[in-house]
Design a binder for this molecule. Structure first.
Ligand code: CA
Length: 418
C-alpha cells in the first residue's frame, strides 16, 4: 500500500484530510461571481488549473484543456494524458517544489468556492448490480424464493436514464408529483410522491469513447474516474409504472453526484475483486484483474434544524458486478459510448441491516420505521437533507470523494391546476 505523498500545502498532509496530494480530484468551481474554472482539490484549497494553464505553468504539450468549465476535454484525451497531468500537478505541489512561489497565487480556499457540475454528462445509464439490494427488493415484492430474477446472476441489468436530470451536490431536489396506483382496481391518483427515497451508488465516468464491443479490460481503460451518486427514487410512482419496461418517471426527478471526480489512479491502491461468482458467467464478462474498489460509504439524514444521523454504512466492494463489466456489457450490442457517459452502479447494500443503501430496504417497504435523532423515518420527509460520503482509507492518508448532498423541498401545488 502506498503512503502519503507530502505537499507544501500543509492542510493536505493532515491524516484526516480528504484531499491529500495522492487524491487530486477534478472539479469545477467559481468564487463570488467570477467565471467557473477547472481545479483540483488539495487540502483546504483548490488549485486553479485554468489559471495555471493560462500562465504557462501547466504545459502538457496539448491544445488548451482548461479553457472550458468542464473536464470533458481532459477526459476525452485518454489515459496517457491523465497520467501526465497527475505527474505534472504532483510535481508542482510536492513538498520542496521550486514552483511553490509561482503556483501559490492560484490556490483558492475551498471554503469560499461554489462547486459546479465537473463534466458535461453525455448520457446516463443506471444499473441494478448489488446482489444484496436486488435480493432485498425482490424478497419484498416476490418473496425470498423468487427474489433474484432468473437473468440476474448472468447480466448486469440496467436501463437508460436521463442526462438532463443529473445535478451537482448541493442542488435542492423538489418532491415530485406522479401517477400512483389506486386501492384495488380503483382509478390511479396523481399526487406528490409519499415514498421518496435515496439510492446510494457510485457513478463511473467514461473518459475515452468506443464504437464497437469492448472487453472488460478495455472498458476499465476507458473509465476516467468515479463519483458518489444518489439516484433519487419515488417508490410509489415506481411500483405502479415499472412493469414491463422498468423505471421511468420514478427516477427522472434528479440524480445527484458529488462535485469531485476521483481519478482511477488515486484509488488504484484500493482495488479489490468482485465477490465469488455464484454461477459461471459468459467469457465476455470475465475480469482479468480486480475491478472493484474498497470504498467505505455512509449516508447521513439531517432534518431541518436537527442533528444528522448516519443511517447507512456500507462499502463499494459489496457490488456483484464492477463498472468495467457494466460498461463492457453496455457495448455488446455495438452501442457506442461517449466521453461524459455516466454509469450508476446500482444501490450498494451489504448483508447487514445497517448496510442497506435505500430507505425502501432500511424501513422494509415502510413497515419498520428507523430511528433518527429526534424521531423516526420510513421515507424522506420535506426539508430533510441527505448526505452521501465515501472514502478509501490508506496508510496515514485517506482519499475522499466530497459530500454528495441534496435537500428535499416540498412539492409544488398541483402543477396542472391552472
Ligand atoms: Ca438506481
Amino acid at each position: 500500500m502506498t503512503s502519503l505523498i507530502r505537499s507544501w500545502v500543509d492542510s493536505a498532509n493532515a491524516p484526516d484530510s480528504p484531499f491529500p496530494l495522492n487524491n487530486l480530484p477534478c472539479g469545477v468551481f467559481s468564487v463570488d461571481n467570477s467565471a467557473a474554472h477547472c481545479g483540483m482539490a488539495i487540502g483546504d484549497f483548490i488549485v486553479d488549473l485554468t489559471m495555471l494553464e493560462a500562465k504557462g505553468l501547466l504545459d502538457l504539450g496539448a491544445a488548451r484543456l482548461f479553457d472550458v468549465p468542464v473536464w470533458n476535454k481532459v477526459m476525452e484525451a485518454g489515459p496517457a494524458l491523465w497520467a501526465a497531468l497527475r505527474a505534472k500537478v504532483t510535481a508542482l505541489l510536492a513538498e520542496g517544489a521550486a514552483s511553490r512561489a509561482a503556483v501559490e497565487p492560484y490556490l483558492v480556499p475551498r471554503a469560499g468556492a461554489t462547486l459546479h457540475m465537473p463534466f458535461r454528462v453525455a448520457e446516463y445509464t443506471d444499473f441494478y448490480a448489488g446482489r444484496h439490494h436486488a435480493f432485498n427488493v425482490g424478497t419484498m415484492f416476490r418473496g425470498p424464493e423468487n427474489a433474484l430474477p432468473p437473468n440476474w446472476l448472468h447480466i448486469p441489468i440496467g436501463y437508460n436514464g436521463r442526462a438532463s436530470s443529473v445535478v451537482v451536490s448541493g442542488t435542492e431536489v423538489r418532491r415530485p408529483w406522479g401517477q400512483v396506483k389506486g386501492p384495488d382496481h380503483a382509478v390511479p391518483s396523481f399526487q406528490p410522491s409519499r415514498r421518496f427515497d435515496i439510492e446510494l451508488e457510485m457513478g463511473a465516468v467514461v473518459g475515452t469513447p468506443s464504437e464497437g464491443p469492448v472487453t472488460v479490460a478495455e472498458a476499465d481503460d476507458m473509465i476516467f474516474g468515479y463519483v458518489l451518486l444518489n439516484d433519487w427514487s419515488a417508490r410509489d410512482i415506481q411500483a405502479w409504472e415499472y412493469q414491463p419496461l422498468g423505471p421511468f418517471q420514478a427516477k427522472a426527478t434528479a440524480t445527484t453526484i458529488s462535485p469531485w471526480i476521483v481519478m482511477k489512479a488515486a484509488i488504484e491502491p484500493f482495488r479489490t475483486s468482485t465477490p465469488a461468482r455464484e454461477v459461471p458467467q459468459l467469457p465476455y464478462l470475465h475480469e482479468p484483474r480486480p475491478m472493484l474498489y474498497d470504498i467505505a460509504l455512509e449516508v447521513a439524514l439531517q432534518p431541518e434544524g436537527g442533528a444528522e444521523t448516519i443511517i447507512v454504512r456500507t462499502n463499494y466492494a459489496e457490488m456483484y458486478y464492477s463498472a468495467p463489466q457494466q460498461l463492457a456489457h453496455h457495448t455488446t450490442s455495438g452501442c457506442a459510448m461517449n466521453t461524459g457517459d455516466l454509469l450508476g452502479s446500482g444501490t450498494i447494500s451489504g448483508p447487514t441491516k445497517e448496510s442497506r443503501g435505500s430507505l425502501l430496504e432500511l424501513s422494509w417497504g415502510g413497515k419498520e420505521p428507523i430511528a433518527i435523532a429526534g424521531g423516526t423515518r420510513t421515507f424522506i420527509e420535506d426539508n430533510d437533507t441527505l448526505i452521501l460520503r465515501g472514502q478509501c482509507r490508506g496508510d496515514g492518508y485517506i482519499i475522499g470523494f466530497g459530500d454528495c448532498t441534496g435537500k428535499v423541498i416540498p412539492a409544488l401545488a398541483d402543477p396542472y391546476a391552472r
